[in-house]
Write a protein that binds this ligand. Structure first.
Ligand SMILES: [Zn+2]
Length: 338
């Protein structure tokens, strides 16, 4: 018998009661507040302290925007091929396989039909979790098919964008989706079928340069990064400090690129109100809080008089014709818009 035998009566390790299972708490990346995940979920993944909009998955937006039980997915099996047999650090086909496994989706967008505030709509929601929400040929194809469905059914298109841009592993085929979707959106406009574009964090590259910026109404969530090239590239190109808040929703709103910044909690109601404005006419516009002009026909042929802008943010000199003129829509009373 040993005098000094150690009894097994050491204090237990700090126990399980203090070890919280993963995912119970999360930290706001903006204000560093520790948040109870369930509470955050109830708040549609918006920080209750600072209003930071956490990035959420496409199925969440479907839930938020549509009437319960009305969403029916379309073209779920449209997938991209690998025409370039592309390989960087790994094969493109393997990258897609991993993304499918990780996200449970076949592509970086989910499309379908649904009711929003009782109105029939065609809906597309991009998902950043699938290879950075990149626009592959399948993404463009799914949007194109959705737009064709809008034309067939005369139903509005709602598209939620979240993207790092075109998917470069498909080379020019991904870039061609910009033209494909834009052409169909022009047909929607000719048929006077509304298209509402909702921009979320982040919306960049070829997506911003095509369908995301072509909405009859463009909404954005607060604080979303929206742009073509990233701030770092622009800063290096122009060799200047960029203004504070550059490329964020609030900055773009101030400079006329957006129609409204809409918190996630108000998205559905805002889109519903806007659709009713298009549906019922301009008299209902007070509901939406946005001053709408009646939609007038836009001169499209070269014979129609189209005033050229001398908007100075496009590099034009004041009062003269700029080198990069933009088109303006004529007001119903004949004057031009500003
Ligand atoms: Zn916060």
């Amino acid at each position: 018998m040993s005098w000094f035998r150690r009894q097994n009566n050491r204090p237990k390790k700090p126990t399980e009661s203090r070890d919280l299972p993963d995912g119970v708490w999360t930290k706001c990346e903006n204000c560093s507040e520790i948040l109870y995940f369930k509470e955050l979920e109830r708040n549609l993944h918006v920080c209750p302290k600072c209003g930071n909009h956490f990035r959420i998955r496409s199925h969440k937006y479907v839930e938020i925007l549509t009437d319960p039980g009305t969403f029916q997915e379309t073209n779920a099996n449209v997938v991209s091929k690998d025409p370039l047999k592309f390989k960087d650090s790994k094969k493109y086909t393997d990258r897609v396989k991993d993304a499918v496994k990780k996200t449970g989706m076949n592509e970086a967008i989910v499309t379908g039909t649904a009711r929003l505030d009782e109105l029939p709509v065609v809906l597309g929601v991009m998902d950043f979790a699938f290879i950075g929400g990149s626009m592959a040929s399948a993404v463009g194809e799914k949007i194109a098919r959705s737009l064709k469905l809008c034309l067939e059914r005369k139903e509005p298109m709602i598209l939620v964008s979240a993207s790092g841009g075109a998917r470069m592993m498909e080379g020019i085929l991904s870039l061609m989706q910009m033209a494909k979707t834009s052409v169909l959106l022009a047909r929607l406009r000719n048929e006077r079928i509304p298209y509402i574009s909702i921009l979320t964090h982040p919306t960049t590259g070829g997506v911003t340069a095509s369908f995301a910026s072509l909405g009859d109404v463009i909404l954005a969530e607060p604080g979303a990064l929206i742009g073509f090239a990233g701030p770092r590239v622009i800063k290096e190109t122009v060799a200047q400090e960029l203004p504070e808040g550059f490329q964020r929703s609030e900055f773009l709103m101030k400079h006329g690129f957006l129609d409204r910044i809409t918190p996630r909690s108000e998205l559905k109601q805002t889109v519903g109100n806007i659709l009713r404005v298009f549906h019922d006419g301009v008299n209902a516009s007070s509901h939406a809080g946005i001053a709408f002009r009646p939609r007038t026909s836009v001169p499209l042929s070269e014979h129609d008089p189209v005033p050229l802008s001398d908007h100075d943010s496009f590099g034009a000199s004041e009062g003269g014709n700029g080198s990069m003129p933009i088109l303006e829509l004529p007001d119903p009373d004949g004057s031009t818009t500003t």
